[in-house]
Design a protein around this ligand. Structure first.
Ligand code: SF4
Length: 437
C-alpha cells in the first residue's frame, strides 16, 4: 500500500538538571583544554561547564552562543562524539564529558525562558551585506555580521528559511521547535529575511551591487545527483533530498511503496532509509557499493539505521530498474562489486560482470550525493574547481568577482552542521575585515 510520508517526533530526551550538574562536576576544567581545539567553532567548553557547575545556566548559554549561535541544533545533529568528546581527558575515566547533552540542556532552557537570550547589537558601521542562502553557513554569517555592526539581508529561494536545517534533517533527530527558535533568534537580532526569491532572476547583480557593500553566497549544495539507470518509471523514483523535504514540508508530501530500495552510502542515505522504516515501510534495503569502513557517515546515524531494521547490502550497485504493468516498479537488478585499490591508495568499487541479482522493489531512492547548483555560478560568471565548487581566495573568501564572497559547502567539503556554522562565522569575520579595512 502506498504511504503518504509525514513527519516524526524527536526520539531522544534532554538531560535533566540534576544529571547535568553531576556531569558538569565530572569535568576537569582543563587549562589547555583539548576539547576546545577539537570543537569546530572553538567553543570555550570548560568555561561554560564551569558556569553550569555554579548554576549560572544563562551565563553558560551566553558563552556557548558567543562561538556557536545554534547549540540546540548542533548538539542534536553534529557528531560531538567524533569531535570535542573524542579528545576529552575524561574519556578513559568513566567516559567523556557529555558536552553535547550539556549544550542541549542550555539551548532547551532558552526555548522555555520568558526572555530568551539575545546579545546586544552594536551601533551601525554603515555597511550592508546581502547573504544568499539561509542554511547554517548563511545564518551564522548573518549573526557575526550583525554583531560587528553591519546591516544584513538574507535572500532565501525557498518559502521557509533554514536550508538543510528545516528541510534536510529528519524530525526524529531534532524537534522543529528547536530549529524555529534558533533561526528565529537570528531574525530577532535585526537581520532582514526575504524568502521565495531567486537572486539573479528576481533581483539582478547590478541592482545587488548598487544596494549592498558585499554579497556572500552560502548556497550549499542544492542539487541532488541521480544515477543514469535505465527505467521508464518517473513517479516512484526519488532523490534522498526530495524524501527528506517531503518529511518536513507539508506541501511536498510524496508517496512511497512497501519495498523501498535506497542507493547510496552517506548520512543522507542512512537518514532516508531510517525514516522509511520508521514509517513502517515493510522492506527497506540500502545498497552501498563499498564496505562499512568506506562509508562517510556518523556512527550514531549508522546505528539508528541498522537498529530501525534497514537491510544494508554492501558491495552492490544498481544496474537496472524493471517495471511491470502501467510502468510500476517491479524489481531492481543489482550487480556485486569488487574493491580495487589504485596506485594513489584510493579504493574504488568495480561491478562484477555476470554477478546480477534481483531485489523486489516498488520505490527507488537515489542518495548519491549533491552538487552546487550551477544557476547562480554561471549567472555571476564565477570560477569553479573540477568538483564544481566555487573557487575563493582561501584568506578572504572572495570569489573572482570582488563584490561576491562565498562560504560553506558550496566552496569546500563541510561534513557537519557545526562545521558549516564555523565556516559562516569565519567568512563573515573576513568580510568585515575587508569592508572596514
Ligand atoms: S577535555 Fe573533557 S575534562 Fe577537560 S575541559 Fe574538556 S570536557 Fe572537561
Amino acid at each position: 500500500m502506498p504511504k503518504v510520508i509525514k513527519g516524526f517526533t524527536e526520539e531522544t530526551r534532554t538531560i535533566s538538571f540534576p544529571e547535568a550538574i553531576e556531569e558538569a562536576g565530572r569535568c576537569y576544567l582543563c587549562h589547555d583544554a583539548p576539547c576546545c581545539k577539537a570543537s569546530p567553532t572553538g567553543t570555550d567548553i570548560p568555561g561554560f561547564i564551569s558556569r553550569m557547575r555554579s548554576r549560572n545556566f544563562r551565563g553558560a548559554l551566553r558563552l556557548v552562543r558567543e562561538s556557536n549561535f545554534f547549540p540546540g541544533i548542533t548538539s542534536r545533529v553534529s557528531p560531538y562524539d567524533e569531535q570535542c568528546e573524542e579528545v576529552c581527558l575524561r574519556r578513559k575515566y568513566g567516559g567523556p564529558i557529555r558536552i553535547s547533552e550539556l549544550e542541549r540542556l542550555l539551548a532547551d532552557c532558552d526555548i522555555k525562558a520568558k526572555r530568551p537570550y539575545l546579545p546586544a547589537v552594536p551601533e551601525s558601521v554603515g555597511k550592508t551585506v546581502a547573504i544568499v542562502g539561509s542554511g547554517p553557513t548563511g545564518l551564522a554569517a548573518a549573526v557575526e555580521l550583525v554583531l560587528s555592526g553591519c546591516k544584513v539581508i538574507i535572500y532565501e529561494s525557498s518559502r521557509i528559511p533554514g536550508g538543510v536545517l528545516t528541510k534536510g534533517v529528519p524530525s526524529y533527530l531534532i524537534n522543529d521547535r528547536v530549529i524555529d527558535h534558533e533561526v528565529g533568534s537570528v531574525l530577532n537580532l535585526g537581520v532582514d529575511l526575504v524568502t521565495g526569491i531567486n537572486v539573479g532572476e528576481n533581483i539582478n547583480l547590478v541592482s545587488l551591487k548598487n544596494s549592498y557593500d558585499a554579497m556572500l553566497l552560502a548556497i550549499g549544495m542544492g542539487r541532488a545527483r541521480r544515477l543514469d539507470v535505465a527505467s521508464s518509471n518517473k513517479s516512484e523514483i526519488f532523490t534522498g533530498i526530495e524524501i527528506l523535504e517531503s518529511l518536513k514540508l507539508k506541501e511536498k508530501r510524496l508517496r512511497v511503496g512497501d519495498k523501498v530500495v535506497v542507493v547510496g552510502g552517506g548520512n543522507v542515505s542512512l537518514d532516508v532509509a531510517s525514516s522509511m522504516r520508521k514509517l513502517d515501510v515493510e522492506s527497506v534495503t540500502l545498497l552501498y557499493r563499498k564496505d562499512r569502513q568506506h562509508m562517510p557517515v556518523f556512527q550514531n546515524r549508522y546505528d539508528i539505521c541498522r537498529d530501525s531494521g534497514v537491510k544494508i547490502l554492501f558491495r552492490a550497485v544498481l544496474k537496472q530498474i524493471t517495471t511491470g504493468p502501467q510502468e510500476a516498479i517491479k524489481e531492481v537488478v543489482c550487480l556485486k562489486t569488487e574493491l580495487k585499490e589504485s596506485e594513489d591508495g584510493k579504493v574504488g568499487a568495480v561491478p562484477v560482470e555476470g554477478s546480477e541479482f534481483v531485489l523486489p522493489a516498488d520505490t527507488v531512492i537515489f542518495s548519491i550525493g549533491q552538487e552546487v547548483d550551477r544557476m547562480l555560478v554561471d549567472l555571476f560568471s564565477l570560477e569553479t574547481g573540477e568538483d564544481g565548487k566555487i573557487k575563493v581566495d582561501p584568506e578572504t573568501n572572495r570569489t573572482n568577482d570582488p563584490f561576491i564572497f562565498a562560504a560553506g559547502s558550496c566552496v569546500e567539503r563541510t561534513d557537519t552542521i557545526i562545521e558549516a556554522v564555523a565556516k559562516g562565522r569565519e567568512a563573515a569575520r573576513r568580510i568585515v575585515k575587508q569592508l572596514l579595512g
